[in-house]
Design a protein. Structure first.
Length: 152
């Protein structure tokens, strides 16, 4: 038997916050978010990136790769359609880390305001930290695009 002892790694945190305005009713904006986080998801290059989102408290958010394979990204912590979705879990981090993602929608006349917040804590790899803001930015812009397309 071989035993390896490593230096203690540093636990890191980060937070990404973004607000955007969506020219669509709140119900349509919320449904568009569920589409991007579910079967209609896509990557920035347009490649499909489908997920399964069980939209109820405790529901799973995961990538189903078929044949009983996949990757759990998190669990629904809070859902209050059409105003709030919170998910907590590892997301794409297959190492000791926890994430909390919040989508908060607010109707404001003819538009919907979306406040997005992602907080993370753990042994976060630099490539995940560096690419996270860009990835979320694309997903949020896509939610807006889907909602506004449905409203036209």
């Amino acid at each position: 038997m071989t035993t390896a002892i490593r230096e203690q790694e540093t636990v890191e945190t980060f937070e990404i916050a973004r607000e955007l305005e969506i020219a669509a009713p709140i119900e349509i904006a919320f449904e568009s978010m569920l589409e991007q986080l579910g079967p209609g998801g896509e990557k920035p290059d347009g490649t499909p990136f489908p997920f399964m989102l069980e939209a109820w408290p405790g529901g799973r958010w995961y990538r189903d790769l078929g044949n009983n394979t996949g990757h759990l990204w998190g669990h629904v912590q809070v859902i209050k359609p059409p105003t709030l979705l919170e998910i907590s879990g590892p997301l794409m981090m297959s190492y000791p880390a926890i994430n909390h993602v919040q989508y908060r929608f607010k109707a404001d006349g003819a538009v919907t305001r979306l406040a997005f917040l992602h907080r993370a804590c753990g042994l976060i790899q630099p490539d995940h930290r560096e690419g996270m803001a860009q990835g979320w930015g694309y997903w949020l812009d896509r939610i807006r695009e889907l909602a506004e397309r449905r409203t036209r």
